[in-house]
Design a protein around this ligand. Structure first.
Ligand code: ADP
Ligand code: MG
Length: 236
C-alpha cells in the first residue's frame, strides 16, 4: 500500500427529495482512501452506505460537497465523463450477480474484456476466483457463491483501479459469504486493487485495513486494523 490518495471526499452530501419529504442520505462526509487499501463499510440499513459507494463509483452525484478520484473531480463531471471513469477505473460487484444466463462463465467474463484497453486474460480472471474447473458451465449450473465469484472475475478482468462491492454476500449464507470475501481479499493482496466492501459479514473485519462506520449519513467512526490478516492466514 502506498500513501497515494485515490479518493478524496469533502463535505459530501446527498439529499433526496421525495414529494414533501427530504432525506439526507449523506450528510457531510470527509474521507480519504489510499491506493491499495482494503476498506470495509459498515452501518445500519439506510445509513447511506450504498449512496456513498455509488458516488465514489460514478453511478450517482452528490447534492453538495466534492469528491475526486486521483485528482479528477467527479462531483462536477458530466455523464459522459462519469461513464468513461466507470469503464476505465471501476469494477462493481453487487448483491445480485447479473450474469447472462445464456452465456458460459468464460463468455460472461469475456463480455467485459472486449470493451477495455488492457484486460486481464479471461482464464486468469477465472483462475483468480478459483473457478477454472467450471469455466464452461452456465450460471444456472453454479451455486450462488460460484455465481458471485464469476461476477468478481468479470469485475477484475478489466484490471480496475478500484473494486466496489455493495453487499456481495447479501444473498449468501454465512460460510459461502466468507469464501466470497476471501476471494475479494485475495484480489486486494495479490493485485493491489483498492477495495471497498459493504457487508454485514463480520468475518471480513480482520482482513480490512480500515473499517468505516456510517450512521445517519455521517462517518461515525473509523477503525484502523494494525494487524491486517491475509486471506491465507485465516483459519476458516
Ligand atoms: P444503505 O445502503 O446504508 O442501506 P442507502 O444509501 O441506500 O443506505 O440509503 C440512505 C438513505 O437514502 C435511506 O433513507 C434511503 O431510503 C434513502 N434513499 C436512497 N436512495 C434513494 C432514492 N433514489 N430516492 C429517495 N431516497 C433514497
Ligand atoms: Mg445499501
Amino acid at each position: 500500500m502506498s500513501d497515494e490518495v485515490v479518493f478524496r471526499a469533502k463535505g459530501l452530501t446527498k439529499v433526496y427529495q421525495t414529494g414533501e419529504v427530504e432525506v439526507r442520505a449523506l450528510d457531510g462526509v470527509d474521507l480519504e482512501i489510499t491506493r491499495g487499501e482494503f476498506i470495509v463499510l459498515l452501518g445500519a440499513s439506510g445509513s447511506g452506505k450504498s449512496t456513498l459507494l455509488n458516488i465514489l463509483g460514478g453511478l450517482d452525484t452528490p447534492s453538495s460537497g466534492e469528491v475526486s478520484f486521483e485528482g479528477e473531480v467527479l462531483s462536477s463531471a458530466d455523464e459522459s465523463a462519469l461513464t468513461a471513469y466507470r469503464r476505465e477505473h471501476v469494477g462493481f460487484v453487487f448483491q445480485f450477480y447479473n450474469l447472462i444466463p445464456s452465456l458460459t462463465v468464460r463468455e460472461n467474463v469475456a463480455l467485459v474484456t472486449d470493451i477495455v484497453a488492457q484486460p486481464m486474460p479471461v482464464d486468469e480472471a477465472i483462475d483468480r476466483v478459483g473457478l477454472t474447473p467450471r469455466r464452461d458451465h452456465f450460471p444456472a449450473q453454479l451455486s450462488g457463491g460460484e455465481q458471485q465469484r464469476v461476477a468478481i472475475a468479470r469485475a477484475i478482468a478489466k484490471r480496475p483501479d478500484v473494486l466496489l462491492c455493495d453487499e456481495p454476500t447479501g444473498a449468501l449464507d454465512y460460510q459461502t459469504g466468507k469464501l466470497v470475501l476471501e476471494v475479494i481479499a485475495r484480489i486486494n493482496v495479490e493485485i493491489g486493487t483498492t477495495v471497498i466492501v459493504i457487508t454485514h459479514n463480520a468475518s471480513i473485519a480482520r482482513m480490512a485495513d480500515r473499517v468505516l462506520y456510517l450512521g445517519d449519513g455521517r462517518l461515525q467512526r473509523v477503525e484502523r486494523n494494525p494487524q491486517k490478516v491475509s486471506p491465507s492466514e485465516l483459519s476458516w
